[in-house]
Design a protein around this ligand. Structure first.
Ligand SMILES: [Fe+2]
Length: 320
């Protein structure tokens, strides 16, 4: 192989799209110019594997139908509910309701979908609202979207708070704005909540890029405590491979948009993620945890969605 060919292989993004070629920054290990491989955890012990197999994969309950074609601004969304079985769940959390929102990609302007989402949430506020990144569309100057973002975030009601991490479209300017809108930024932090006498650890993985998740950060996350519900928030679904030692009960992710532009039946043409394409949306049991990948609420780059409606997911829990 020629030197040029070796360089090409080493620098090419795993998602195989040219648009990512220029954004990709290889992670070099100390003293080496080679790209560090993505950490892949060892498979679980056989006893754990058999216990995993006993957990039934829950179905998404579609409470609102979304449009098969969306052009321009969000003009509809699918509202899904999923109930996850958790071993050792405190009885108090059997009534816990979490709203997962991701990839809103807000721009200047307002759409009827926002009003409907606000009204739906106001009529029956969830306990928590969790955002997993890409609140705004434009990386370099999100300021034109601030009015829309602030109005929407402030208008969404929850009983115990709203928490967010950043995605690859959220630049440094956005973070300081979030607190003023009532949104708690937990990028690179663990937040302990006490709700109805039970404890929840929200672990916000650092961003905005995938390579911001370091082994040092993972080593600093406190060990999981028995009886504490642990929810990890990440923008990138495939980081589930690296966080097995966090022992998350649930991992919430976005980034893929479910493909955004799909073939009939929802089969994605691209996902910008290294997990199998079938895992670019929905709920999955993998690496010892529940992984929920939201399709997102907005549009990125191309202003339309095809066979891939915008989505809001309500997460509930049950003992196992
Ligand atoms: Fe996104």
């Amino acid at each position: 192989m020629t030197a040029y060919a070796k360089l090409y292989v080493n620098r090419r993004c795993r998602c195989k799209f040219w648009s990512c070629f220029r954004r990709y920054r290889p992670i070099a290990s100390a003293g080496s110019s080679r790209i560090a491989p993505l950490s892949v955890a060892a498979p679980p012990p056989s006893s754990q594997a058999s216990a995993e197999a006993a957990l039934p994969l829950p179905a998404m309950q579609k409470l609102r139908e979304g449009p098969w074609l969306q052009i321009g601004y969000p003009d509809g969304f699918e509202y899904n509910r999923v109930t996850l079985r958790i071993r050792g769940l405190l009885p108090a959390f059997a009534s816990l309701r979490i709203l997962h929102l991701t990839d809103l990609h807000l721009r200047p302007g307002w759409g009827p979908s926002f009003d409907e989402l606000i009204a739906r949430v106001k009529a029956d506020p969830p306990d928590l609202i969790l955002f997993t990144g890409d609140l705004v569309e434009h990386h370099f100057d999100p300021r034109p979207a601030y009015e829309t973002a602030g109005r929407l975030v402030r208008s969404l009601a929850s009983r115990y708070g709203k928490f967010a991490i950043l995605g690859n479209h959220d630049g440094d300017l956005l973070g300081p704005m979030l607190e003023g809108w009532g949104l708690n930024l937990i990028n690179g932090r663990t937040k302990r909540l006490t709700i109805d006498g039970g404890a929840i650890d929200l672990v916000g993985l650092p961003g905005v890029h995938k390579h911001d998740l370091t082994d040092d950060f993972l080593a600093r996350v406190p060990a999981k405590e028995a009886g504490v519900l642990r929810i990890v928030m990440t923008h990138y679904p495939d980081t589930v491979r690296r966080i097995v030692n966090l022992h998350a009960d649930v991992v919430l992710a976005g980034h893929t948009h479910g493909g955004q532009i799909c073939l009939p039946g929802g089969w994605p043409l691209m996902t910008h993620d290294t997990l199998p394409k079938r895992m670019c949306q929905g709920v999955h049991r993998t690496h010892g945890t529940w992984l929920i990948v939201g399709r997102g609420f907005g549009f990125s780059t191309w202003p339309f969605r095809l066979f891939c409606p915008a989505e809001v997911i309500e997460v509930r829990f049950a003992g196992a």
